[in-house]
Design a protein around this ligand. Structure first.
Ligand code: FES
Length: 154
């Protein structure tokens, strides 16, 4: 572990998030990790970590509901109701093929729009590994100084 509370293994650091039981009890917390605001969630027995501001216009995902769509757990942004899968950060929407009668909406994916990160447990502690995959993901736009602390203290 280095002086910043990081466990460094291989090339990717693990950032200490807190005690597993505390985060289970809280169900959701926002952590600032390397100047990135990440929403950590406990939902139905699993931990998730996702960029805290919505890719659409920077909405506060820590205030969003979690709902199931097409069998997938999603967070619903409180501002304009965009839906993102917790596990992959895919933006989901419903579409109708007008050539198929009767009309029936189906769920479709916009692809990965919200950057998700990895949560691991060790001896009752939780750690975050940031997803530093190359290539921009839409939610990266709201992880800059301009947007930091705009609503996290609400
Ligand atoms: Fe999230 Fe618009 S800011 S849906």
């Amino acid at each position: 572990m280095n002086s910043d509370g990081q466990i460094v293994a291989a090339s990717k650091p693990f950032h200490f998030l807190g005690k597993k039981e505390d985060i289970i009890q809280a169900e959701r917390v926002v952590k600032s990790v390397c100047e990135r605001d990440v929403l950590v969630l406990y939902h139905q027995g699993d931990f998730y970590a996702i960029d805290a501001r919505c890719y659409h216009a920077g909405g506060p995902l820590h205030k969003g509901d979690i709902e199931e769509f097409d069998g997938r757990s999603c967070i619903v942004c409180p501002w304009h109701k965009y839906k993102m899968t917790l596990a992959e950060g895919e933006g989901l929407y419903q579409a109708v093929d007008p050539s198929v009668k009767p009309l029936k909406p189906t769920w479709c994916s916009k692809g990965v729009k919200q950057r998700v990160h990895n949560v691991t447990e060790s001896n009752g502690d939780l750690f975050l590994t940031l997803n530093d995959s190359p290539g921009a993901i839409d939610s990266d736009h709201y992880q800059t100084e301009k947007y930091r602390d705009t609503f996290m203290k609400e």
